[in-house]
Design a protein around this ligand. Structure first.
Ligand code: ADP
Length: 488
């Protein structure tokens, strides 16, 4: 598999990031090693960007902005369609890079081209309104205009899709963008930026500055010429980014963590529920904000369901990116320590370990950060394992007696990103869907599955702002009222 590693060097320019259409090193010349979390092999060096690099990128984006804003929306749309085609043509390389840096198995056909097509189709549909006036000689109207330079800070778990969620609507609306990928997995973002240039998107419209969060990330969030921000990551860092934005009065959206409940009722269609519940906590090794990390089950069903899930968890194939597996390693040693810490903590708090709970060992696993898919039963709602985001393949089972208690437990964390309700009773499903505090509720399904353009985002400390929906392009515009006084 070392050929896969060296092939990244042939796709990306070692030690360089993208500023104003040029691939340049960090001004201080320092780099960060990006590793494969399954083997710790070094994949590539990327620049350790800082304040000056961010400043250069924002300057380049500012310079590119007026021409991009004034480009016909139909032309912008066509460039995005072309970008979608280029991304489709390079889907295999994109997938390989993301698999190598995140350590995940292949997920099949990429959703990135469709994300671009969706935004492209909205680029020339941004419109204002005419307004009633007090006199026939007056005209009132609104224009929707782009902000200017927008900043986007991306996490390491799903770098490609998360970058596209910000980039596509932002540039469709006529903004230019500076992206700061995560230090653990910046390569997919760099490659997608390279493909944007290949598609003909003008220099300076898409810029990527790599670096550490407190350096490049903080510099971007506090840059006075950034007019709108978006952040995806942990609540703690999200709060710091908000503080930086508050100083400059810059609007933003934040997409943070989750402790998403899977609420299983007595009459649930278990044949469908069980594989989905397994997948929703082992997908990307549990490293997704929407992971279904809490199983809320009616007490009378608990034993049967936990037994079936335990069997299913034991069958989840775990391994490195080049194998036909369902689950890869965690991203880093730091995350491994964190997940194992939560597992130990759960035992100390009195939760019952049903399956998993260990670091995997053996030739295939020893150099990577592999942890078994894990279930804890008899978890009490107040335990840390039931309250805090683990960001690993750890499912907490909590039982409830009635619907009222289920809702109370489901809503009893600081988070509210997504939730699933499993039942054959439509009335109960709808009632529960209304009462659960979450930005997205799936009935007998999982988040965003099969729905095009479902708005995504959090309630409570899972964040605010919605992405992915038909309004996503409008979110990157500001409204100007124009008043024309034609009175004599
Ligand atoms: P994690 O702890 O899992 O890496 P974070 O929320 O800290 O999650 O990281 C998400 C993104 O935020 C990454 O791109 C990271 O570099 C960036 N980041 C981290 N700290 C800061 C900060 N102080 N200011 C701005 N961005 C930051």
């Amino acid at each position: 598999m070392s050929d896969s590693v060296s092939s990244i060097g042939s796709l990306l320019s070692e030690g360089n990031h993208l500023v104003g259409g040029r691939w340049v090193s960090a001004t201080k010349g320092e780099t960060i090693e990006v590793i494969n979390p399954a083997t710790q092999d070094v994949l590539l060096q990327v620049p350790r960007g800082g304040e000056k690099d961010v400043d250069d990128a924002v300057a380049a984006a500012s310079e590119a902005f007026p021409a991009w804003r004034d480009t016909s929306p139909a032309v912008r749309a066509n460039l995005l369609y072309r970008y979608a085609e280029v991304v489709r043509a390079h889907a295999e390389e994109i997938d390989r890079i993301e698999r190598l840096e995140v350590g995940r198995p292949s997920w099949g056909p990429s959703g990135l081209p469709n994300q671009l097509v969706y935004a492209a189709s909205l680029a020339d549909k941004v419109r204002g309104e005419t307004l009633p006036t007090t006199s026939p000689d007056m005209l009132g109207m609104t224009l929707r205009e782009p902000y200017g330079v927008v900043g986007s800070i991306i996490p390491w778990n799903t770098p490609g899709p998360t970058m596209m969620v910000d980039l596509a609507p932002a540039i469709a609306a006529g903004n230019t963008i500076v992206i700061k990928p995560a230090e653990d997995a910046p390569l997919t973002c760099l490659y997608l930026a390279l493909l944007a240039a290949e598609a003909g998107i003008p220099p300076g419209v898409v810029n990527v500055v790599t670096g550490y969060g407190p350096e490049a990330g903080a510099a971007l969030a506090s840059h006075p010429l950034v007019r709108r921000m978006s952040f995806t990551g942990s609540p703690e860092t999200g709060s710091k980014v908000m503080e930086a934005c508050a100083k400059n009065l810059v609007p933003l959206h934040v997409e943070l963590g989750g402790k998403s409940p899977q609420i299983v009722l007595r009459d649930a269609p278990l044949g469908k529920a069980i594989p989905t519940i397994v997948r929703s906590i082992t997908f990307n090794t549990g490293q997704v904000c929407a992971a279904g990390s809490r199983l809320l089950v009616e007490e009378s069903l608990r034993g049967e369901l936990v037994g079936a899930l335990s069997e299913a968890f034991e069958k989840v194939r775990v391994g490195p990116w080049y194998e036909e597996v369902e689950m890869g390693p965690l991203i880093s040693e730091r995350q491994e320590r964190r997940v194992l810490g939560y597992i130990e903590g759960a035992k100390d708090e009195g939760a019952e370990l049903v399956t998993g709970g260990h670091k995997l060992s053996g030739e295939k696993f020893d150099r990577g950060y592999f942890v078994e898919p894990t279930i804890f039963d008899h978890v009490a709602p107040a335990m840390r394992i039931a309250q805090e985001e683990v960001f690993g393949p750890v499912l907490s089972v909590i039982s409830y007696r009635d619907e009222e208690e289920a809702v109370e437990i489901a809503n009893g964390t600081r988070y509210g990103l997504v939730a699933s309700i499993w039942t054959s009773d439509v009335g109960r499903a709808v009632r529960l869907a209304r009462r659960v505090e979450a930005g997205q509720v799936s009935i007998n399904s999982t988040w965003s599955r099969g729905v095009i353009g479902a708005p995504f985002g959090g309630y409570k400390q899972s964040g605010f702002g919605r992405t992915m929906g038909a309004d996503s392009v409008l979110e990157y515009t500001q409204v100007k009222s124009v008043i024309v006084n034609g009175e004599a």
